[in-house]
Ligand binder design. Sequence first.
Ligand SMILES: C[S@@+](CC[C@H](N)C(=O)[O-])C[C@H]1O[C@@H](n2cnc3c(N)ncnc32)[C@H](O)[C@@H]1O
Length: 211
Amino acid sequence: MFRIVDNARFWDRMARKYAAHKIADVAGYERTLERTRHYLKGNEAAFEFGCGTGTTALRLAPSVAHITATDISGEMVAIAREKAKAEGQGNATFEVARPETAPWPDGAFGVAFGFNVLHLVTDRAAVLAGVHRLLRPGGLFISKTPCLKEMNPLIRIAVPMMQLIGKAPHVAFLSAEDLEREIAAAGFEIVERARHGSRGKDVRPFLVARK
Ligand SMILES: C[S@@+](CC[C@H](N)C(=O)[O-])C[C@H]1O[C@@H](n2cnc3c(N)ncnc32)[C@H](O)[C@@H]1O
């Protein structure tokens, strides 16, 4: 099993490449932003984990009072900070942090985001408990997560081989059902479920869950 530090190192190594990577399904991505904005109140504080190079946080920043976007990778956070500075975006702050050990008080945020990250964490129950703690009662957790159990079974052979040579991080093989069950078990009620992909089979359910 991968420890947090190994994951962080993997994503540090990947960061510059990830920053240069173009969004594969732009229409699907825009749909996710549009549905997410639908739930945002301009006066609320937002939290994001697994923010990567900050692209989504910077797109959503104008729709919230402030966004605290976090990642385990210092390299990802450094790139996100560079982008925020270049864009002159003042209400997005980027920090190295994880929901399960985050230093902010209980109920500090009105909304939390986790995009393309829940399948990568080693202890989902702890992460979901951390997100739950950080949200105010009635706050929303909005996520989109690749459910690899819904993909070609060959990926189950390919990923462990890539992990052996350091070319893949920790990855969980979840179904959409597993994911919803785990989010509900953390104390959330699912209020929206959708698939936003515009190309082929979309294996990344978009979920909105209320505390
Ligand atoms: C596939 S990228 C997604 C980045 C961004 N959310 C997006 O949608 O483009 C996954 C990100 O999650 C971060 N990550 C991996 N494991 C994590 C964990 N346990 N807690 C928080 N972030 C994590 C990685 O460092 C990486 O930046």
